[in-house]
Unconditional design. Sequence first.
Length: 92
Amino acid sequence: LLEVGEGGRRERIVLVGHSMGGKIAMRYAADYPGDLAAVVIEDMDCTSRSYPEDYMNPPPEEMERKRRFDRSFPSWEACRAELVSFGYEPER
């Protein structure tokens, strides 16, 4: 996003963030407001959640499990079980 446009001039951009990207777009907007012509946030979950300490600061083996997560599942049930294991609520 911080690249220089033609002629050495940076253009103001319209930044679009979807879901977690909405939070990233909001952070970018706060840090670099002069870069933006507009910000569009789509389908971002604005609910504040609290998580246990071990979820927020996982041990190395849990971090490795999260790194291996690839979003490919043989069934809806397997998908749901995996997401619940990462802290998502079953109803969500």
